[in-house]
Design a protein around this ligand. Structure first.
Ligand code: FPP
Length: 241
């Protein structure tokens, strides 16, 4: 397989992925949805390793569980949280060794004590790492995030620590769950779908959106390189000429 040419000087700094297609992959292989998610969890390693090895990528944000995903069956929701804990258990030492900092973003207070314990452990262990940020969106919705940022800003105004005139775009971005990723450069969605699905609505303002036809459990490093090559082939003008 030939790897696409990538210009290491023009890598996207902040990359985000909607990991889609686990269910369709399961159906295609005649296995249950849980097996699809299990296979999907393995692809996470390929994405993290590929970003880390390229060198210049500052952050990778993964959409692991949305505020809307609670509508799935209880069994499927439990599977997703079990997989998250398993992923942390298996991968965290390697992630730490690779100098990657892990953060979770979303309405984390609503998660189970077990999930929170694993999440807090991984964030605490890796908090001083500097090579790359791995941001996992859990019980995340972009509208919820914007609402939460607005509430935090309003509370500061009420307390007298922030003036209304000082609320500008930079101030708003500082109140998002993970201010470090407030400008996403490249957003990949697997399975060929073209929806944003309530993901990073503020942060995607100037992102290049690259849909990939591959189902998430089949995602490998090669697919990240293809998406970056597509990103580099586009001309980004940020509203200018
Ligand atoms: C979308 O596929 C995928 C999800 C809702 C969950 C993504 C979760 C993982 C990849 C596993 C655990 C994550 C981590 C970070 C370890 P879908 O079920 O919507 O697929 P479909 O549209 O084909 O049904």
């Amino acid at each position: 397989m030939t790897l696409p040419e990538i210009d290491k000087e023009r890598l996207p700094k902040n990359v985000a992925i909607i990991m889609d297609g686990n269910g369709r992959w399961a159906k295609k292989h005649g296995v249950g949805r849980a097996a699809g998610h299990e296979a999907g969890a393995k692809s996470v390693r390929a994405a993290v390793e590929a970003c880390r090895q390229l060198g210049g990528i500052k952050s990778l944000t993964l959409y692991a569980f949305s505020t809307e995903n609670w509508r799935r069956s209880k069994v499927e929701v439990e599977t997703l949280f079990r997989l998250l804990s398993k992923y942390i258990k298996i991968e965290i030492d390697n992630i730490h060794k690779e100098n990657i900092r892990v953060v979770f973003m979303g309405r984390l207070g609503a998660l189970s004590a077990r999930a929170l314990r694993d999440i807090n452990y991984s964030m605490e262990l890796t908090k001083n790492n500097t090579a790359m940020l791995l941001c996992i969106a859990m019980n995340y919705g972009a509208r919820a995030e914007i609402t939460d940022a607005t509430q935090a800003i309003a509370a500061e105004v009420r307390a007298g620590t922030l003036q209304v005139e000082d609320i500008d775009e930079a101030c708003f971005a500082r109140h998002l769950y993970a201010p470090e990723i407030s400008d996403v450069d490249l957003m990949i969605r697997t399975s060929g779908e073209m929806r944003i699905s309530n993901f990073l609505l503020w942060q995607l303002s100037y992102a290049e959106l690259v849909p990939l036809p591959v189902l998430w459990p089949d995602f490998r490093k090669q697919h990240l390189y293809e998406a970056i090559a597509e990103y580099q082939a586009r001309s980004r003008r940020f509203g200018g000429r």
